[in-house]
Design a protein around this ligand. Structure first.
Ligand SMILES: Cc1cc2nc3c(=O)[nH]c(=O)nc-3n(C[C@H](O)[C@H](O)[C@H](O)COP(=O)(O)OP(=O)(O)OC[C@H]3O[C@@H](n4cnc5c(N)ncnc54)[C@H](O)[C@@H]3O)c2cc1C
Length: 323
């Protein structure tokens, strides 16, 4: 049965985050011939619109205003509601990002709709959409269906396959919507706290440090390894609590949930709360001087030894190998 789907784009400035294209891939899989519309909210969205068409969106709506350059819940909800009124989708897909986690439930609440959060797969089963999502801090998975005329789902980055970019183009449509006059929140300042240029939640490779790095300077060899690999830098809460790095780098149950192709854990014991954020990584390498450290139970490759010897040696080898 054909169903129309609306994907709400997640942007970094004027650039689409990969998770938007992954959500678009999910939408294309379950639309069964229905429309796959995308909505981009922000300012200066021509490039994003072109990318959405190229990756398979059948229609693109733009809410393009300077006031939308940064996320503002009331304005973004008003724009989303206008797009829903235009598209009348059976399913709204968003990124499981800071914005999607805020906006998704507001959309669901406004429509009395059900929401599947943090989904890692979107499939069809007997003609119905089924969402797979981790539960119990990633120890088990549940497959859920959402009843009703509208479903809302947020998609975890790095999990759904991204559709190939093609040559499709299209004319994006300007979305008309009435901005609420009484905004309940005002953006005063944006403080960027990314430790490197690579977005942790979308990174294909992450080098992560724990309390074993022993100081802020202890992250220097990890940063060198990350630079050679084009990786993002992460951390355990132990390292953050000790003041070695910023909490923006924290991976885990109360930090960021990541699913990179390669996760290199350096001086991290592997507490359950840390594993909750990274155990679904495709390949895990652990470097720890304690052979009994729990991180080795989830590691595909383990190196027992001092990270201050191993990490620089690894960096030198990889630099020579990768040129
Ligand atoms: C409610 C709650 C939520 C939490 N959320 C999170 C979360 O989101 N993320 C998170 O990470 N934690 C979280 N924690 C904390 C978690 O329980 C652990 O305390 C924390 O993960 C430990 O960090 P760590 O592995 O860096 O430190 P430690 O457990 O102290 O481990 C340090 C490791 O470094 C190794 N080591 C030391 N020196 C070297 C060396 N020179 N070379 C190699 N290895 C070395 C040691 O053998 C040890 O295994 C949470 C806890 C609670 C209660």
């Amino acid at each position: 049965m054909a169903r129309d789907v609306l994907v709400i784009a997640d942007l970094r400035g004027q650039d689409l985050r990969n998770v938007t294209l992954e959500a678009l891939g999910g939408a294309l899989r379950v639309a069964e011939g229905g429309r796959v519309a995308a909505l981009a909210i922000g300012h200066g969205l021509e490039k994003a619109a072109a990318a959405l068409f190229a990756h398979g969106a059948t229609e693109v709506w733009l809410a393009d205003q300077e006031a939308l350059s940064h996320y503002q819940p009331d304005l973004y909800l008003a724009a989303t509601e206008a797009a829903i009124a235009e598209v009348r989708p059976a399913l709204v897909l968003l990124a499981h990002s800071a914005i999607g986690r805020d906006l998704g439930p507001m959309i669901a609440a406004a429509h009395g709709a059900g929401q599947a959060s943090d989904v890692i797969a979107v499939d069809l089963q007997d003609g119905e959409v089924v969402y797979t999502r981790p539960i119990y801090a990633g120890k088990a998975f549940t497959r859920v269906k959402v009843k009703g005329e509208l479903a809302v789902a947020t998609v975890r980055p790095n999990n759904l396959p991204m559709p190939e970019s093609g040559t499709a183009t299209g004319e994006a449509r300007a979305l008309a919507f009435a901005a609420p006059s009484d905004l309940r929140t005002t953006l005063r300042e944006v403080v960027r706290k990314t430790a490197s240029g690579v977005d942790l939640t979308e990174a294909k490779i992450i080098v992560s440090g724990g309390r074993g790095v022993k100081s802020a300077e202890g992250f220097v060899p990890l940063r060198e390894l990350a630079d050679v690999l084009g990786a993002a830098l992460g951390a355990s809460r132990g390292a953050c609590d000790a003041g070695y790095c910023d909490y923006a780098m924290q991976v885990g149950q109360t930090g960021k949930v990541v699913t990179p192709d390669l996760y290199i854990a350096c001086g991290i014991s592997g507490a359950i709360q840390h594993l909750a954020g990274m155990s679904n990584s495709k390949v895990i390498v652990a470097i720890n001087k304690d052979p009994e450290a729990p991180i080795f139970k989830v590691a595909d490759y383990g190196i027992v030894g001092d990270l201050f010897e191993i990490v620089p040696a690894l960096t030198a080898e990889l630099r020579a190998f990768l040129g």
